[in-house]
Design a protein around this ligand. Structure first.
Ligand code: HEM
Ligand code: NAG
Length: 329
């Protein structure tokens, strides 16, 4: 007891803990607002312009940028590892079953090319993932989120890590919560983040389990009929473009309709519907369903936290020239 007390008050220990605290503070601080202000002053404007042009041509690109943030940042870090393609010993994370249905990767190259033209080898693909999600959210009617930049790109893909990082569509609420808690989100933030399912689509393979052989009793019967109409067979060809809108009412608007749907038993995936039945998440579903402004604030906070998960900075990683490949190839 006496030794512990002596240790606790020892000046060198205090110094060590302060140094450690400072170290962690600095590591976080490696991301900066306007990181490219000197090296590529127009970087953020270029990304916003490209995201806007792409949205006007292919509206669903904005939706893809939001999903990309989740799939990139949850797997180890926001490091654009998601964007690497299978080549020379690299196995793409995109090939994982969890990435099923992801689209529009080719348009990341459109954004990257515009940046390379203005400032070669300067703006990371990881920052493109973050800022395109930020700008995509605005296109979809969400808040503008102030995001720091300065992320660097991984030199490897973490395909083997995808399934243990990203929950599946039918995982338990306990597992879903623990996955997100491991990156520092609290329950309210997790419920808010899942509000991203207010936009986009889901393929029938992810739904049929709730429709056949018997209809999931937590599904509204009329809604189940609609879904059966969209997905008429229990074993759909995964490649068939059979899908349902995540939110039938406002499919391309990021809003709190998702939570209203959950309360009326019209959640699309099992992970969605569980938010309304679990006692720890239900209060937030109710709160967000009644207050879109409050939802938007909590969504923005959660997206920001996700976007800052464990970034590579300083000498870690690299700035890729082509987001699909590491530079050394
Ligand atoms: C428990 C966590 C989650 C699970 C299990 C999950 C699962 C899924 C599944 C199965 C789809 C449908 C894919 C398809 O069939 O095409 C989907 C779509 C989508 N997810 Fe998630 N998701 C989760 C969390 C998130 C989060 C946190 C975000 C973003 C912040 C997100 C954004 C999206 C978007 C935008 C789509 C629509 C994509 C499109 O239309 O192309 N998801 N998700
Ligand atoms: C979850 O869905 C997958 C297919 O997407 C299936 O293989 C698995 O058995 C399902 N798990 C549970 C617990 O139902």
């Amino acid at each position: 007891m006496a030794t512990t007390n002596k240790l606790r008050s020892s000046p060198s220990l205090i110094f060590l803990s302060l140094a450690l605290l400072f170290h962690f503070y600095l590591c976080k601080g490696d991301l900066l607002l306007n990181y490219y202000s000197e090296s590529c002053p127009n970087a953020e404007d270029i990304i916003r312009q490209e995201v806007t042009d792409l949205y006007n041509k292919h509206g669903n690109t904005a939706v893809s940028w939001v999903r990309n943030l989740f799939h990139d940042c949850m797997v180890k870090s926001c490091d654009a590892s998601l964007l690497l393609e299978t080549v020379n010993g690299i196995e793409s994370e995109q090939a994982s079953e969890r990435s099923f249905g992801m689209r529009n990767f080719k348009y990341v190259s459109t954004i990257k090319e515009a940046l390379e033209k203005e400032c070669p080898l300067t703006v990371s693909c990881a920052d493109i993932v973050a800022l395109s999600a930020r700008d995509g959210i605005v296109m979809l009617g969400g808040q503008r989120i102030e995001m720091k930049t300065g992320r660097r790109d991984s030199k490897e893909s973490y395909a083997n890590f995808v399934e243990e990082s990203l929950p599946n569509h039918n995982d338990s609420i306990t597992l879903v919560l623990s996955r997100f808690q491991s990156i520092g989100l609290d329950v309210e933030g997790i419920v808010a983040l899942l509000g991203a399912h207010s936009v986009g689509r889901t393929h029938c393979t992810n739904l049929v389990q709730r429709l056949y052989p018997t209809v999931d009793p937590t599904l509204d019967p009329q809604y189940a009929e609609y879904l059966k109409g969209r997905c008429p067979t229990p074993n759909p060809d995964p490649k068939a473009v059979l899908y349902a809108r995540n939110d039938r009412e406002t499919p391309m608007i990021l809003d709190n309709m998702y939570y209203k749907n959950l309360l009326s038993h019209k959640g699309l995936l099992i992970v969605d519907q569980q938010l309304a039945s679990d006692p720890t998440t239900y209060p937030y579903v109710k709160k967000f369903a009644t207050d879109n402004g409050y939802f938007q604030d909590q969504f923005a906070k959660a997206v920001l936290l996700l976007s800052e998960n464990n970034p590579l900075t300083r000498d870690d990683g690299e700035i890729r020239k082509d987001c699909r490949y590491v530079n050394s190839i």
